[in-house]
Design a protein. Structure first.
Length: 297
């Protein structure tokens, strides 16, 4: 019974000291290395390195009960390896949390509360070293949850910021950026789209090289144009050399939706082109950005 009580004391001290190290050292190192933003100034790299070394040293030396809790830490080399691992893992979790906080998805209160939360990811990573399947499972799920949530909301915030910049250059409303389901045998040509002052255009790539070129476009109608048509109009042009262009259009809520297909020997299935107009719906930020961004070289 006495041994069990001593073990719980060691565990509490172990996790408490790791948390305290993160809460006391990390906020100061962060302010020195990063100032008030996430961008790292090259001139501050030495300060960041010193802060990281300080955190590792505090963990390796200051968490005295670690030798009673984590068997490999009974040697100096083992303690140092444990300290580096806890620092790296906790910093990944902290970075995800900072991203969520800066995106506005996480509200953490004032400086004292933020400092206290800085120690949490380090304590969670340290808990992974505690013997026991249940403890490690709970700690692992918590660490992965923090990283996944922080990464997701940070990515979403970046997408929203990029979309606000794009929308400043067009008269279309956000809900007017429509995309249809790709026609059978096609996929969105990533990076080939265009968002102009009064239009949004996306090109589709066929899986078969001989298939027609297909594009979808949303444009704003003029003030004198009919606002709602409902019916789909179709026009066919012969471009020469056996090439044919089919244009299907529909008016919807002050916009013109147009599908264009160019090719030879019957450029596309008209039912598929009509289905594109019927399935056009407001696109997500991810879909719009995927269509507009130029693929990385």
């Amino acid at each position: 019974m006495k041994a069990t009580g001593k073990r719980w004391t060691h565990l509490a001290l172990y996790l408490g000291l790791v948390w305290a190290a993160g809460a006391l050292v990390v906020p100061r190192a962060y302010r020195i290395g990063f100032g008030h933003g996430l961008g790292l100034d090259v001139d501050r790299l030495p300060a960041v390195a010193i802060g990281a070394a300080a955190m590792v040293s505090v963990l390796a030396v200051g968490v005295a009960p670690v030798g009673h809790v984590v068997r490999p830490c009974r040697t100096p080399g083992g303690r140092l390896g444990w300290a580096v691992t806890v620092f790296l893992g906790g910093t990944v979790g902290l970075a995800a949390g900072i991203g969520a906080w800066r995106s506005g998805a996480l509200h953490v209160g004032g400086p004292a509360q933020r400092a206290a939360l800085c120690g949490v990811p380090y304590a969670l990573v340290a808990a992974l070293f505690i013997a026991g399947v249940a403890v490690r499972l709970i700690s692992g799920v918590a660490v992965l949850g923090v990283v996944a949530y922080g990464t997701a909301v940070t990515h979403k915030s970046q997408q929203e910021k990029e979309m606000r910049g794009l929308m400043s250059g067009t008269s279309l409303a956000r809900q007017e950026l429509l995309l249809p389901d790709p026609p059978a045998g096609y996929r969105v040509d990533e990076g080939s789209g265009d968002l102009t002052a009064d239009g949004f255009r996306v090109h589709y790539l066929p899986y078969m090289a001989s298939a027609a070129d297909v594009a979808f476009m949303v444009t704003r109608l003029g003030h004198d144009a009919a606002r709602d048509g409902g019916d789909i109009t179709e026009a066919t042009r012969h471009l020469g050399g056996g090439a044919v262009e089919i244009v299907l259009s529909e008016h919807r809520d002050g916009m013109r939706l147009t599908v264009t297909a160019q090719g030879t020997r019957g450029p596309a299935d008209r039912d598929e082109l009509r289905r594109m107009l019927h399935t056009a719906r407001p696109a997500s930020d991810a879909e719009i950005l995927r269509a507009l961004r130029r693929p990385a070289a």
